[in-house]
Design a protein around this ligand. Sequence first.
Ligand code: SF4
Length: 506
Amino acid sequence: MDAVSIALHTPLASYANEFCDVLKLFYKVESFFVNSEDAENAETVTHHFAEDRGMMTTSFAFRGMMHEQSAELPQDIEPKRQDVIIKRLRKRLCKITLYELLKNMTGAKPPWGSLTGVRPTRLVYEEMAEGLGIDDAVNAAAAEFDISPDKAEILRQIIRVQSALPAPNAQEADVYISIPFCRTRCAYCSFPGEAVGKGSQIAPYLTALFEEMNLTADLMGEAGLKLRALYIGGGTPTALNEEDFQRLMDETMRLFPTACEYTVEAGRPDTITKRKLQTLKDFQVGRISINPQTMNDETLRLIGRDHSAADTIKAYEMARSMGFMDINMDVIAGLPGETMADFEHTMNEIIRLAPSSLTVHTLAMKRTSRLNVAHTPLPDGQIAAQMVRLGGKTAEQLQMEPYYLYRQKYMAGQQQNVGYARRGCACLYNVDIMEENTSILAIGAGAISKRVFTDREQRIKRAPNVSNVSVYIDRTLEMARRKYSLFMSGGEQYANSSCVGSGNNE
Ligand code: SF4
């Protein structure tokens, strides 16, 4: 990919970051200036936009080439929805116009077409809301955004699987509990939690967490919300010692006894002990995650996982022998230094272990991860794409279907993260959080509560908890009050925060 410095001149500066995301599909953008006169040595992208008598027209010009597109505004929009729909059309038309220009110029064909957002499935659901069936809706989204046939096929399969899952109703909500501690910090992780070495924070954290859990259970009762799925994540919940882990589960089950699904991230295999698994068994927690990420010890060392592939196998076999049948495993395609042969080895081990679900992530280079700082050599985009394909084939071999998907910025090869599961083993919570169709009461440092309004726009409002553990301990009551306000009065005080949005970022 060519590296470029871009000076964008646009009348729609509020969409500049979105336009930059489209540029990044084709170029490595080293610096990006918006309507700036101080952009020496940067190449200019010139954008025009006009809206007149029900017609939008836009054009982008770059390196002597220009592309123009127009769209008619629909006539029959309800006045209440007018602003949202026109804004969405405007942004889409501009992004697609820029995308077409760059595609024509470079001849490149990004796998997800012009899509740069997190949730491609939402676009298919949008089409379905207009009355299309699954196949037609996928075809319409694929044509509009130039999505490649294999990615469109994943969308089709996911929507089919999701359509067969129990649909949430407006009076249901999920609960998420955050344990923001890990045994050590993985090099690719941008998660803001703490390594358990700083263990002094755990006791006050659990005290604060239990207080927020109690207040949240009260809030659910007051708001008349019925518990749907409960997920304990982090961090690594099993990074707590056996006594603290037992206390966490005691309190969770005392306060939230009626979920239709309980999932606990056991994450790092080196945190799993027989007693912690027994605690989970005693509470009939059916679904756990044991995450190898890779089955290659050299890579595990490089990414700071501080455990071996043998640890993963041992933890998995112990869980199986204790009767855990619903075990998810996470792997990452595109890890530093890994070749196709390394990834094949990981997939062969996964086939041998045969978990009930498999999540194939693609490495995303976040600015706050240590890997980025170290400039560790990564597999190129094409190899990452091959790994992702092999991940899909492995899942198929294990009789799994894809059931949820999301994308992140800076993913190797512009790929995606996909969760695969055997029939009956899809995690409802994962679907709920990705599709944003269920409210979530989220507890603990860094957790973000979400209220989904069941009106036509499916408005979503969020109330984030602070992510710093010490600050969370000091301000627990304030976090609980934020949630109370969100669910009892609509959380209007957060209406201007950046955390509020429709969730569809295309
Ligand atoms: S175990 Fe997970 S949350 Fe913890 S540091 Fe590693 S990647 Fe991050």
